[in-house]
Design a protein around this ligand. Sequence first.
Ligand code: NAP
Length: 244
Amino acid sequence: MEKVALVTGSSRGIGRAIARRLSEDGYAVCINYIERRDKAEELAAEIAAAGGRAFCFQADVSDRAAVDAMAAEVKRRFGPVSLLVSNAGIAGQMLIQDVGDEAWNRYFAVNVEGFRNCVQAVLPDMIHAKQGSIVSISSIWGLRGASCEAVYSATKHAIIGLTRSLAMELAPSGIRVNCVAPGVIDTDMVQVLGQETLDELARMTPLGRLGRPEDIAEAAAFIGGDRASFITGQVLTVDGGFSG
Ligand code: NAP
């Protein structure tokens, strides 16, 4: 199989750093986005200028037909996906009493069904090739509870459950499935918390700073790549010691 990566939600933040890192590792990369075409195209141009191969594809990962179309377009351009990084996700803070059906369903649709949709879209070719690698992006809030982020935390727990189960189910087909659980990473997602809270979170982190998207990209590139060929079903926490 050629080195072909599909990184969902890679126009910004963690996904962007992962796509860039995988390109440096020799992968042809599909940069997926939902709204920020400008940021996706900026990254594609950056990768092309560095001699890599990338293209952008707009798809809401919760939309099964859109994800199938994306996987088909990757295959047409580069060949079948050999590494899926299911990174696209949404977060937000609310009290459990305020979580209506719409919010509940949207969190699960993007964070959990999005993962399933992408897995199901790339799996037939991976099974056919008897090889492939899948990396999910959970969170430290997928390993423990998070006050005022119950739904987000539940989706991130579900991602870990799916990851571990798929690792067992797909190992006989030569496909590895692992997860990266980031701590607090300095991206657009956490800016809503405000600078004061972010400073406090950095102080609470044993390594004394917030994570950078590149910290997660290194972990994802390692666990998704051939150097981790005997690792499957694992959750790699990358949080500067935050969760102890
Ligand atoms: P971010 O800065 O908000 O970026 C989100 C990315 O996902 C963007 O590229 C966005 O595309 C894309 N996206 C959002 N909804 C999508 C959808 N329905 N379909 C396709 N793409 C979609 O987030 P981030 O901080 O990089 O987080 C990335 C992942 O890491 C998420 O799963 C998040 O839960 C997880 N995580 C983050 C942290 C943290 O502290 N930042 C900690 C733990 C885990 P557009 O640019 O087009 O909007």
